[in-house]
Design a protein around this ligand. Structure first.
Ligand SMILES: [Cu+2]
Length: 478
């Protein structure tokens, strides 16, 4: 696909949220709270969000618009910003031609609001609504996306960023949400490839796009000043693409992964790898000179591509700034009790070039050849897809350790709903608190978490073609 210059489109995602604007909006909100609206104790009025089709100019202007599905028909979807601890209420109206549901990825939410069709709620039929209503316990970068026929609905654009603000705004000059995605577009028509169940995608690395974008823009560009400190909220919303990212003209620190602050900011000296569903919060200082450009660089096949360009059009401060203060921790970030923890084993099997000879599909043993005929390719512990019984039934408050063996030839991004986990590293150390673990072929890794959130929690590969063809299980906490 050719790449002529496309004028930068403005959208909600590219709005600058300065420290001053944030403080002002905070003041306005606290002033308002002295004057409650009459009748506010009555049935809450949910803000409506409508899942519907739309058309956006994704490809360069000489191509037609791309038909998408989006929240309120838009892409990128709305950026929802709320304060930590706030209650979030949205009435989802389904105007899609198929049933849907809405998952709040990474939010340690009550189970009934988790939005997993078939596990925590029924899919919302066309023309119907569902009220999502929950408190947001953690500050950080989260996102929301469809969770029924995800492999199609997320690929069509049904997602958006959920930003939960810390009580005291961190010391940055601006705050930018950068949603990274790839689209599989027909190079003639710029329309989405409608084969969401392609055998090759399901059996190999998932549905990968030929058109990579940030916030829906293939030439995402922001004007910045030298010396500016930006918070970049990176969200990998792709069905299967692993983003490997570097910086040029920027000095940066990773402040948080998957919404959860790191204990110490880690200066970025090597590429940041984000699997599908994963997020990273970076603080970056613009060090490129005025008149030059800095970049968020996508590294691929030994080459660098501009994922987002930062044009340096002014100078804010020439002095080098101090290492940023850590972000305040969220509640309940510890994972104690590793020694006595319940041990669970998860073998990931299948796929092309794999070792799976046979597995259980819908209660019956099938050969790999029979699985292929059913367009199913992956198994967890010898079973394809969801089972009647959970992978484990945990007591509330219990610590669990899951040892995961990726006995396949492909990477997988394992996402646990409802609770974050820490990786158990060699020597008993633990890694950062996360909700999605990217695992490469042949690896054995172990995660640990406190089962403190009751309910039925999905545990699946976030490469959505893999989830649709076998890589899904669940845990019960009671
Ligand atoms: Cu996978």
């Amino acid at each position: 696909m050719c790449e002529p210059k496309l004028a930068r489109t403005t959208n909600e995602n590219e709005m600058t949220h300065t420290r001053r604007a944030f403080i002002q909006s905070g003041l306005a909100m606290s002033a308002l709270s002295f004057f409650p609206k009459a009748g506010s104790a009555a049935t809450p009025e949910f803000q409506v969000m409508t899942a519907q089709s739309g058309a956006v100019q994704l490809a360069p202007p000489d191509y037609p618009k791309t038909e998408i599905w989006g929240y309120d028909g838009k892409f990128p979807g709305p950026v929802i910003r709320v304060r930590q601890g706030a209650r979030l209420q949205r009435r989802l109206v389904n105007k899609l031609p198929q049933a849907t549901s809405l998952h709040w990825h990474g939010v340690r939410i009550s189970n009934a609001m988790d939005g997993v069709a078939g596990l925590t709620q029924d899919a919302i039929p066309t023309g119907e609504t569902f009220d999502y209503d929950f408190a947001v316990p953690d500050a950080g970068t989260f996102w929301f996306h469809a969770h029924n026929r995800s492999v199609e609905q997320v690929a069509r654009g049904l997602y958006g960023a959920l930003i939960v603000e810390e009580p005291i705004a961190p010391d940055v000059d601006r705050d930018e949400v950068l949603i990274l995605d790839d689209w599989l577009l027909n190079p003639e028509t710029a329309q989405l490839d409608p084969d969401f169940e392609a055998v090759h995608d399901r059996s190999h690395a998932g549905r990968r796009g030929n058109f990579v974008a940030t916030n829906g823009s293939f030439n995402s560009t922001l004007n910045v000043s030298q010396g500016e400190r930006m918070r970049l909220r990176l969200i990998n919303a792709a069905n299967a693409r692993i983003f490997v990212l570097g910086l040029s003209g920027l000095k940066g620190w990773v402040m948080a992964f998957d919404g959860m602050p790191l204990v110490t900011p880690s200066e970025i000296s090597e590429p940041i790898i984000l699997g599908p569903g994963q997020r990273a919060d970076l603080f970056v200082d613009v060090i490129a000179d005025e008149g030059e450009s800095a970049h968020l660089v996508r590294l691929e096949d030994g080459q660098g591509f501009a994922q987002t360009e930062f044009r340096v059009t002014g100078t804010l401060a020439s002095a080098v700034r101090d290492v940023p203060q850590v972000l305040p921790p969220n509640p309940n970030m510890d994972v104690p009790g590793l020694e006595q923890a319940r041990r669970i084993r998860l073998n990931m099997e299948g796929g092309a070039m794999g070792n799976l000879d046979a597995a259980i599909l819908e209660g019956e043993r099938k050969t790999f050849r029979q699985l292929v005929d059913a367009n199913q390719f992956w198994a967890f512990n010898g079973t394809v897809g969801m089972t009647e019984k959970p992978l484990a039934s945990l007591s509330r408050g219990e610590t669990a350790r899951v040892e995961i063996y990726n006995d396949t030839s492909f990477p997988h991004a394992m996402h646990l709903h409802g609770m974050h986990f820490r990786e158990v590293l060699e020597g008993g150390e633990v890694g950062p608190l996360r909700d999605t673990l990217l695992m490469f072929g042949g690896e054995t890794r172990e995660i640990a978490f406190v089962a403190d959130n009751p309910g039925k929690w999905l545990f699946h590969c976030h490469m959505l073609s893999h989830a649709a063809s076998g890589m899904m299980t669940w845990l019960e906490v009671a």
